[in-house]
Design a protein around this ligand. Structure first.
Ligand SMILES: Nc1ncnc2c1ncn2[C@@H]1O[C@H](COP(=O)(O)OP(=O)(O)OP(=O)(O)O)[C@@H](O)[C@H]1O
Length: 700
């Protein structure tokens, strides 16, 4: 029987084929699975750049493109309308990467055309002047490409060549072009380099390229893939991600960083499955994240990744808050979580009746409700301080201006009053629950074998203590995913101080697979360029962070009034839906809950379906920027981007009161906008009424 492989790049296209054509494709593929070589009508093409390429008739209009891998082995690469299939088959060439040993595809005709038309002369300064021929070879760049690379002078030229080059080599070139030194680009590849690559052996190379080529055991497996083609394609990993997810053993906790859209979640899901597959029944992996909605999204993605019920049963997916609640609830039946409005009222009352002090400007001031609450969460609960004596000497990391001893006494008294009131009402906040759950677990045995934590950047120290207590320290204990540029709450965490040592076990992902180059460029400009501090206490950086797709330039619409802005939004969303974008693939983000309500109402009135989780209805998702965390939309509108709304005045400490805290608050608002913008996949639309927000980058 001919061994069959399928090119995964074909799956999204297959998903969009008409059912009639899909059936014809299924029949043609069935021939592969059932017949020997002699039974297949594979046609050679005159003028093909690659001697291994054939085509196969699917029906009157469609042809499949097939790659002979050697012997009786074939990979079906794509199914296209007749003319397109011929053009594709004639122009492509398949090669084996000389250092990674993976199968690569290049658009040979496109490269030839580019070399002939666009770059007649050698420029005085080229993009890769600092890279020697030997360096190119060491990084797996094909020798025949080097003369062409020598005449590329700008990022734009590289971009216009991008779609024609082999993918792994393009990654290398983009890394070099983004300013990474050769040694660092090599280090990104190092774990994937294989020795003794035979560049003539396409079959071995195809087996080394599971993210492109999937070998199937027979018609059943093939049918399973084709039943959910888009989902299967989405959960495949790039070699760098695969390397991180499938390492057999990490000697202790590992921290995977990478900014928005670099595939942290997908990598974490693969890790969870990889670990669960190796566990005996009865032992478990915990996959956890920040909110319940994100945990639900993880469950859906996990179910696409594995259909094996035994593996699924070994993975618990649950948010950190829910987990804490369940652990404490086992010991305490009368457990009630404090409503955030109730907690806000208690802090407001504490601030009103609380102490006064002279601020830097010499005015008599009260400690604000926000200050007191943050002091409680970020200092008192973070360090488990239970007495004034402990609080008096405690460090106040990340909390801005210092407090004198007398002020600390005053603050403690105010905090203590709120904590007592919560206890009197038998209420607990989520952070208190996490703290209590960690203490309960500390008295017993750890319930999980492995932990995978997504969206780790915003977890509170009490939550980290809980996570630490859930799994015994040891190999493969914790797999942590976080992006410090997406930190939108106040936690300042040093994992090492919480008993989670990741030194020597940090990995970084740099390629954004979600967002177009244009959207990413705008989003990154929102951040002010300062490095963010990672969970390992080190400066994180966006160096080498890049997108691989291109699209339209995000649009920024200015309006004179909110009504005008809303009308334009209705029109915009309406157009997306008319163009065939599914309602659930459209998102609208705003800074305030109030604006979210307004937008939801006006979209509803315009008969646009709006998602409502409480009622379980599907539709366009309208949510605050905070609630957008972790999500993704094909088309996204971010509205209400005016001064006075963003940055939100209530979220900022005044610069006169505390300049350090002010800067920090402002940075958090920037990160929030960054999170919102990077939810967009293909199209981003921004709008404001009145003066634009000062956080919007000035257009270049
Ligand atoms: N190797 C890949 N090839 C194609 N698509 C990918 C790849 N890796 C990730 N993706 C897709 O890119 C998008 C972003 O991935 P994911 O949500 O895992 O990123 P993330 O780093 O967790 O993002 P964020 O931090 O912004 O929430 C998803 O649609 C995912 O399916």
């Amino acid at each position: 029987m001919a061994e069959l492989a399928i090119g995964l790049g074909f799956l999204p296209a297959y998903a969009r084929l008409q059912r009639r054509v899909q059936r014809a494709v299924d029949a043609a593929i069935g021939k592969f699975a059932e017949h020997t070589h002699a039974g297949l009508h594979l046609e050679r093409l005159a003028g093909a750049r690659d001697p291994h390429i054939r085509t196969i008739r699917v029906d009157q209009f469609y042809r499949g493109v097939v790659l002979c891998l050697g012997g009786d082995r074939y990979a079906l690469l794509d199914v296209l309308p007749h003319e397109d299939a011929i053009a594709f088959a004639v122009s492509r060439r398949f090669t084996v990467n000389q250092v990674l040993g993976v199968l690569e595809m290049r658009d040979q005709a496109g490269i030839e055309e580019f070399a002939g038309n666009e770059l007649p002369q050698r420029p005085s300064a080229a993009l890769f002047d600092h890279v020697s021929v030997a360096d190119f070879a060491r990084l797996g760049v094909d020798e025949d490409l080097v003369p062409l690379l020598r005449v590329i002078a700008t990022d734009q030229q590289l971009e216009s060549l991008a779609g024609r080059l082999p993918e792994a080599q393009l990654d290398v070139l983009k890394g070099l072009a983004s300013g990474l030194p050769v040694a660092e680009v090599w280090a990104e590849l190092a774990d994937r380099i294989v020795s003794g690559v035979d560049t003539d052996d396409l079959l071995t190379a195809a087996h080394r390229t599971p993210e492109r080529i999937r070998f199937v055991s027979g018609p059943m497996e093939l049918a399973a893939i084709l039943a959910h083609p888009f989902d299967v394609w989405r959960v495949f990993l790039h070699p760098t991600q695969r390397d991180v997810a499938y390492r057999a053993t990490y000697s202790g906790p590992v921290l995977v960083t990478g900014s928005a859209g670099t595939g942290k979640t997908v990598t974490g899901l693969h890790r969870a499955v990889f670990l669960a597959e190796r566990l005996p029944d009865g032992q478990k992996v915990l996959l956890t994240t920040f909110t319940r909605a994100l945990a639900d999204a993880l469950t859906r993605q996990l179910y696409r990744l594995t259909t094996d019920p035994a593996v699924r049963a070994r993975i618990d997916v649950i948010s950190v808050d829910k987990l804490a609640y369940e652990i404490v609830a086992r010991d305490n039946r009368r457990l009630a979580v404090a409503d955030s409005e109730v907690v806000d009222q208690l802090w407001e009352a504490a601030a009103k009746t609380g102490p006064t002090y002279l601020n830097r400007a010499g005015q008599v001031t009260t400690f604000s409700a926000a200050f007191l609450r943050h002091e409680w969460e970020q200092v008192v609960l973070a360090q488990r301080l239970s007495t004034i004596e402990a609080y008096r000497d405690a460090p106040r990391r990340g909390r801005g201006a210092g407090l004198r001893a007398a002020q600390r006494e005053q603050v403690w008294t105010a905090i203590d009053a709120v904590v007592r009131e919560l206890a009197r009402r038998r209420l607990r906040t989520h952070t208190q629950l996490a703290d209590e759950a960690a203490a309960i677990l500390g008295r017993g045995t750890a319930p999980y074998q492995h932990l995978v934590v997504d969206e780790g950047q915003d977890l509170h120290p009490a939550q980290w203590r809980l996570l630490r207590a859930l799994v015994a320290p040891g190999p493969n204990d914790m797999f942590l995913l976080a992006d410090p540029y997406q930190r939108i709450y106040d936690s300042h965490v040093s994992l090492a101080q919480l008993g989670i040592e990741v030194r020597g076990r940090t990995r970084r992902l740099t390629v954004n697979y979600r967002t177009t180059h244009e959207i990413l460029d705008l989003s990154v400009r929102v951040l002010d360029g300062d490095p963010a501090i990672g969970l390992d206490g080190r400066d994180d950086t966006l160096r080498g962070y890049r997108s691989i797709t291109r699209g339209g330039v995000p649009e920024l619409a200015a309006h004179g009034s909110r009504d005008g802005e809303c009308e334009a939004l209705i029109e915009r969303v309406g157009t997306w839906l008319e163009q065939g974008v599914e309602p659930h693939a459209v998102g609208v983000a705003a800074r305030t809950g109030q604006l979210v309500k307004t937008v939801s109402r006006i979209l509803g009135e315009a008969h646009i379906p709006v998602a409502d989780d409480k009622r379980g209805t599907d539709g366009v998702r309208v949510a605050t920027m905070h609630r957008m965390k972790g999500l993704e939309f094909q088309c996204l509108a971010v509205v209400g981007l005016e001064a006075g709304v963003l940055p939100a005045p209530h979220a900022l400490t005044s610069a006169t009161e505390d300049p350090h805290a002010h800067r920090q608050d402002l940075q958090r608002e920037r990160c929030l906008l960054f999170v919102a913008l990077t939810r967009a996949r293909d199209v981003l639309y921004l709008s404001h009424s009145g003066m634009p927000s000062p956080l919007l980058p000035v257009s270049r």
